[in-house]
Design a protein around this ligand. Structure first.
Ligand code: ADP
Length: 418
């Protein structure tokens, strides 16, 4: 038996799951919100659905972890009697740069290299680091493992990960495509192969992770060969509040015209663009769909732009892999929006894809939405990043190769230039 605490730290929140990894049993899950603000809240749900909400002063991530441990240990709502029943902690870490092509045991040297990479992910890595430090403090003798959002995409070739700017910036500032949501793209591509009853080593799969943040990946024979997010999670698809692809010159133009600072321009592209910026109504796809049905013009355009970009990248990634066997939808939108899948797949008959609107509209959460003899199979696969983190953590603690690294053939890093 190996109980793993899976931790995902944001700026003011911690999501966690407590998982018995060998049997894949979730013992508890929860969320700490509003850390460092008034009205901080911890919600814990046990495997038997017993739910407890605690409010109070939770000043920092250290205190939040203390509360989480107290709940897991509590007599009435807990699942363990002693801290020693937590065998390891697995952390979601957003950015591993080129240093981490797979999950690792967090040593002092690893922690230092995470600190060295803070500049690459200033909005995420500092909180991930805080979570690690907090767990080290409260569970000092328990191994901690880092699982990186960028790791799965480290298999990309230079032609996919370099930008067309002077090469020196790659070496000087580590500017390249990293890609994100890697744990999710890894999980859903492998799960899709399982559902198709085919080895992933034979399949060309396009994965669409569509949530508040959205990204797609071209997964050829189990390796990520390209992905839409880039140096930061801003590139690629249209998202809730992020612009996705644009002509880089236009932001310089707007900055000049509006006299924007770097920080203001960053906010414009990350917080006020995407579905929100186009529709002027909402960043939330459910509301965009409601407004589209009510014939709100700009919501309609936002919806169409969203779907068009997914469709366009499916074409691009089919070309990148010289074919496609399967397309997977995941994330809040990918898993739940019948309309988005319908809209995207209705332009894919050129692939020999035979969409099945009935299967798309109804069925279990995990299912195919194409006809049985369709040349390309489209699947809906709920993502499960926590399971990947738990299984990787268990393997590392046991000294085995983590599942997410078993298909890995290479990690391409170019030599430095002088
Ligand atoms: P995050 O990226 O923050 O984890 P999620 O993966 O939960 O977010 O995705 C959130 C998005 O999923 C929101 O845009 C939300 O509107 C959308 N969504 C959730 N349920 C539905 C639904 N039934 N129909 C359409 N969109 C949905």
């Amino acid at each position: 038996m190996m109980n793993i605490l899976v931790v995902n730290c944001g700026s003011s929140s911690i999501k966690y799951q407590f998982i018995e990894a060998e049997s894949n049993t979730r013992l508890a899950k929860g969320l700490v919100e509003r850390i460092g603000m008034s009205g901080a809240l911890l919600t814990n749900t046990r495997h038997d659905n017993d739910t407890i909400k605690l409010t109070g002063e939770i000043l920092d991530h250290g205190m939040a972890i203390e509360y989480v441990l107290a709940v897991l240990l509590s007599k009435n709502h807990g699942v363990i009697k002693d801290k020693s029943e937590i065998h390891a902690v697995g952390h979601r870490v957003v950015h591993g740069a080129e240093d981490f092509a797979g999950s690792v045991l967090i040593t002092d040297a690893v922690l230092q290299s995470l600190r060295d990479n803070i500049e690459l992910a200033p909005l995420h890595n500092p909180h991930n680091i805080r979570g690690i430090v907090a767990c080290k403090q409260h569970l000092p003798d328990i191994p901690q493992v880092g699982v990186f959002d960028t790791a799965f995409h480290q298999s990309m070739d230079p032609h996919a990960f370099l930008y067309g700017i002077p090469y020196v910036f790659y070496k000087k500032y580590k500017i390249r495509r990293y890609g994100f949501h890697g744990t999710s793209h890894f999980y859903v591509s492998n799960r899709m192969a399982e559902l198709m009853n085919r080895p992933i080593s034979e399949l060309k799969i396009i994965t669409c992770h569509l949530g508040n943040g959205c990204s797609m990946a071209a997964v050829k024979y189990g390796q990520s060969v390209d992905t839409t997010m880039g140096f930061t999670p801003l590139e690629g698809l249209l998202m809730g509040t992020r612009s996705g692809d644009l002509d880089p010159q236009l932001i310089l133009y707007i900055m000049g015209k509006e006299g924007l600072s770097l920080a203001e321009a960053t906010t414009l592209l990350n917080k006020h663009s995407g579905l929100m910026g186009i529709s002027g109504v909402s960043s939330d796809m459910r509301e965009i769909e409601q407004e589209t049905e009510a014939n709100h013009d700009r919501a309609k355009i936002a919806f169409e732009m969203f779907c068009y970009r997914v469709t366009k990248y499916i074409g691009a990634y089919t070309a990148a892999m010289n074919g496609v066997d399967a397309i997977v939808f995941t994330g809040g939108i990918g898993e739940n929006s019948t309309l988005v899948r319908d809209h995207v797949c209705s332009s894919l008959s050129y692939l020999g894809l035979e969409f099945d609107p009935e299967k798309n509209a109804n069925g279990p959460k995990e299912r195919f939405v194409t006809k049985n003899d369709s040349r390309v199979t489209v699947g809906v696969v709920p993502t499960n990043e926590e399971l990947v983190i738990a299984l990787d953590t268990m393997s590392i603690v046991k000294g085995e190769l983590p599942p997410s690294m078993r298909n890995m053939v290479k990690n391409t890093v170019l030599d430095p230039v002088d």
